[in-house]
Write a new protein. Structure first.
Length: 128
């Protein structure tokens, strides 16, 4: 857990991180938690190739890239993970190609990811 309160930052910048963390979903939940509602996420990552054969080569090489390149999982579908964790894509740009395409994204935090649904008639109460 990051040592910051909820809704603390207006913006978060992530560059070439989500490919190497053990749990990118957990990282995105923490980013979402610390962003103010409607806050911006600016991201640059190398991502999974779109071409089937190239993506297969990426998959085949991941055991090597994780050992030799700082735990790099260059075959992750980062854009899908962003959307699944409560971010709205404001703009995106895919650069390069081949084995190492780069994704540049401006995303905005939206609804809370994986939040338990509140039962009818139940209210959130603040603790003293």
């Amino acid at each position: 857990m990051l040592p910051f309160p909820e809704a603390h930052f207006d913006s978060v910048v992530v560059t070439l991180v989500l490919c190497s963390v053990r749990d990118p979903e957990c990282s995105l939940r923490e980013i979402w938690r610390t962003l103010k509602p409607g806050g911006s996420l600016l991201l640059l990552e190398h991502v999974r190739a779109k071409a089937r054969i190239t993506a297969w080569v990426q998959d085949a090489l991941v055991p090597l890239t994780t050992r030799c390149l700082g735990n790099c999982h260059w075959n992750r579908d980062t854009e899908r993970i962003l959307i699944e964790h409560g971010f709205e894509i404001v703009s995106r740009r895919l650069l390069g190609g081949g084995l190492q395409p780069f994704l540049i994204v401006h995303a905005r935090s939206t609804e809370q990811p994986n939040a338990p649904k509140q039962a009818a008639g139940e209210t959130n109460k603040e603790l003293p």
